[in-house]
Design a protein around this ligand. Structure first.
Ligand code: C2E
Ligand code: MG
Ligand code: MG
Length: 732
């Protein structure tokens, strides 16, 4: 029983709809009204042309007064034209976020004209009884006319009120939206009845009424029970009006004056009318339920476009859309509102140690913390372990402290916490993406300071930030104009200290900023996934330099190229290198590929494939910055490197730190045992060099033997004997 009741409630549309579904149906009605507005406008223009051509011009040529004729024959059509235009504009502007001055004015003008015009022509068009129109019939016609005029007047008032409310930015304009559509529905029905009544009286079909009923039933979607009520009421009233003929009315046209015909017409057709009504009601059911399904599907789609699939928070794009709207409507002082960029400190370590699944669960939990702590603010997950918030500065520090405590307590064995940057708004047109970028930059400045959890973007950062933007925006220029060049840092054999190779290190020689060092552009380019452009350019320059040196008969030696982890993701890095090497005819042993250990901890299949391919193609594979990360030994186990580059941090307190000396010793021995050679980076003193040589480290690199310098300077140093190229360039 309950099921049956629920079924009928659903069928007739008594069920509760959510705001989205209501909005969806309402939007469909707005669209239909807009189309109908266009149709009305076109129809009325046609009517105006017809009236002018068939009535006004002939009568004017016969000596009539043009303006009188115009008023007499076109008043009604002007009014409907205005109303059609009004409804069309009204519906068109509804979806616009703001009502600009132009839109406001056009709505006001059309609305006011509708009001004035209705008031004036109501008096003009009253029907007076005459030979063919009985007083009762004139009374009915006038009553229907008044109904239509009242409704039209109300539409004019609604349009004007709506325009005013929207323009003054008061939020309760929705009531006018509904009102206008309801009024429009009623006008259509009343108009249909009025026109068809006189058509019927002229012995014609009631086409106009049927068209209007179809429009109301099929295009304007109300809940089925409302539609059925409207249709039954309108059919009832029309039928009732038609029946008045039977009670002694006369027909305008002689042919259908016989009351028998009238009887047959009305009662015979009543079966057709009822059938039509039932069919229409069925169609309304189908359309309503179809629309509702569409709404539900579209909501599900929209949700996936708005939601972050992991945490269920808003996704970044949706956040930006909402933020634009919110910022535009923020109350003063606007600087009390701040965009936050939140990053989880050490999340990578957590992910590596606890696995991806635990990492996902952690991110969901952090998303929950943020949503709860910033419950009154706009929050979203940007990507990875990055979150964004638009909030007030009030209580900010306490909220961040709380969040930090929660994140820290999640897994006390791994030192996690939050790293947050903030950017204060300065005006209502601020672009949220730019604001978040600045907040992100501020967060970035305290990345290595675990104790500090919050940094605010300030004037000082602004210059550095501008430089970052400059780098991002100019990487293509830099590549094309040759602003990016490789500098070469010597690598020597530790026993002979003779040159056995060089490392190519990128420098950006900028026309505005001068010489930029890698720490200024490499992290930015990696962050914005543009690093492959730089690396490709360095690979090309190195191959060109080698080719030029070979052609000029100068000494050549192997060059190490730094590969970023992202190179493997953003381009087919190995193939790019191979193409260049083939094109410039460079012997493979002259190219060493350096990959940092942190690049290899991600364990993606494509990384494995790429690394193996480097070896297969015959390049020497070097592990850069060994010991600077935390899973180096795994990396050694999984990949076959030719050379391990020991991170320069091991050398920083070599003299005073016994442990550091022992560690280096162990690393060198371990490397030898697994068939790998060693190079120590950052050698600055002769004592360090001697010590490393004694331990059996094969190669050395550092300021002691030379800083990175331009190609020509390097050859000058070779020419004047400061650097001696070893006869053995390949290895021991
Ligand atoms: P890296 O590959 O470990 O390069 C060694 C860095 O240590 C270089 O810094 C070098 O100038 C510096 N260095 C060498 N000897 C000494 C020394 O005795 N003392 C000190 N204090 N520093 C020394 P640079 O050129 O600033 O490069 C920094 C990092 O930027 C590089 O570290 C590398 O990871 C990255 N990088 C540089 N060029 C490129 C490139 O073309 N592509 C990619 N993907 N990364 C690059
Ligand atoms: Mg390197
Ligand atoms: Mg290194």
């Amino acid at each position: 029983m309950k099921k049956a009741l629920l079924f009928f409630a659903h069928l007739f549309g008594f069920e509760k709809l959510n705001d989205y579904e209501k909005g969806y149906l309402h939007d469909a009605n707005i669209r239909s009204s807009c189309y109908m507005g266009v149709i009305v406008v076109l129809l009325e223009i046609w009517m105006l042309v017809r009236q002018t051509h068939f009535k006004i011009i002939p009568k004017y040529q016969a000596g009539g007064d043009f303006f009188q004729l115009l008023v007499k024959y076109t008043s009604k059509y002007w009014l409907f034209l205005l109303i059609g235009l009004g409804i069309m504009l009204f519906c068109l502007f509804q979806k616009k976020k703001t009502l600009s001055k132009g839109r406001f004015l056009s709505l006001m003008i059309v609305g006011v004209l509708c009001i004035l015009y209705t008031a004036v022509i109501t008096l003009e068009t009253f029907i007076k009884p005459n030979d063919s129109i009985t007083p009762v019939m004139a009374g009915i016609m006038n009553a229907m006319l008044i109904t239509i005029y009242v409704l039209l007047f109300a539409i004019g008032v609604t349009i004007v009120s709506y325009a005013l409310v929207r323009y003054l930015k008061k939020k309760n304009a929705a009531v006018f939206e509904h009102l206008a559509i309801i009024l429009f529905t009623l006008v259509c029905l009343a108009f249909g009845i009025y026109v068809s009544y006189s058509d019927f009286w002229d012995g014609k079909q009631i086409i106009c009424y049927l068209t209007m009923v179809i429009y109301v039933g099929c295009l304007l979607i109300y809940r089925p029970y409302i539609t059925i009520l409207i249709l039954v009421a309108s059919f009832g009233s029309f039928y009732g009006i038609l029946l008045t003929f039977q009670n002694g009315m006369t027909f305008h046209s002689q042919e259908v004056m016989i009351s028998g015909v009238l009887e047959t017409y009305i009662s015979g057709d009543s079966v057709n009318y009822v059938t039509f009504l039932i069919s229409l009601a069925t169609i309304c059911f189908a359309i309503y339920h179809g629309r509702l399904n569409e709404a539900r599907k579209s909501k599900a789609l929209e949700k996936s476009a708005e939601e972050d699939s992991l945490t269920g928070m808003k996704n970044y794009n949706y956040f930006v859309d909402l933020a634009i709207e919110e910022v535009a409507n923020l109350p003063e002082p606007i600087s009390e509102h701040v965009f936050l960029f939140l990053d989880v400190h050490n999340f990578k370590a957590f992910n590596d140690q606890r696995g991806f699944e635990a990492g996902d669960t952690f991110l969901i939990t952090v998303g929950g913390y943020i949503t709860e702590i910033f419950h009154d603010s706009l929050c979203a997950r940007q990507a990875d372990d990055h979150f964004t918030v638009l909030t007030k500065t009030q209580d900010l520090q306490e909220r961040l402290d709380k969040l930090n405590r929660l994140v820290h307590a999640y897994d006390p064995d791994i030192l996690m916490g939050i790293n947050c940057g903030g950017y204060h708004l300065t005006n209502q047109k601020e672009d949220p993406r730019m604001a978040i970028d600045r907040a992100r930059y501020a967060a970035h400045t305290i990345k290595d300071r675990f104790q500090t959890i919050y940094a605010e973007y300030d004037k000082k950062m602004s210059e550095a930030f501008r430089k970052r933007l400059y780098i991002i925006n100019n990487i293509d220029n830099a590549v094309q104009n040759g602003w990016i060049v490789p500098f070469y840092q010597p690598v020597v054999w530790s026993d002979s200290e003779k040159l056995c190779g060089c490392e190519a290190l990128a420098r950006w020689i900028d026309p505005t900023y001068g010489l930029l060092a890698p720490y200024e552009f490499i992290p930015v380019l990696e962050e914005y996934r543009l690093i492959h452009k730089l690396d490709k350019s360095i690979f090309t320059s190195v191959c060109k330099d080698l080719r030029a040196a070979m052609d000029a008969g100068k000494p050549v030696f192997p060059v190490s190229l730094n590969f970023s982890r992202l190179d493997f993701e953003l381009m087919d890095a190995v193939q790019e290198l191979e193409n260049l090497v083939v094109y410039y005819r460079i012997p493979k042993e002259l190219i060493h590929v350096e990959v940092t250990e942190s690049a290899l901890t991600d364990n993606f299949v494509y990384l494995n494939t790429a690394i193996n391919r480097i070896k297969e193609l015959g390049y020497s594979l070097w592990l850069d910055d060994f010991g600077s990360g935390y899973s180096s030994l795994n990396v050694l186990k999984d990949y076959q490197f030719d050379v391990i580059k020991i991170d320069m941090r091991f050398l920083s307190n070599l003299e005073s730190n016994e442990k550091a000396r022992t560690l280096i010793d162990c690393i060198i021995h371990m490397a030898n045992r697994i068939d790998m050679l060693t190079l120590t980076e950052g050698v600055e003193t002769a004592a360090q060099a001697k010590f490393l040589n004694q331990l059996g480290c094969n190669r050395l690199q550092g300021y002691l033997f030379g800083k990175p310098i331009a190609k020509n300077d390097l050859y000058k140093r070779i020419q004047n004997g400061e650097l001696v190229v070893s006869e053995n360039l390949i290895g021991k």
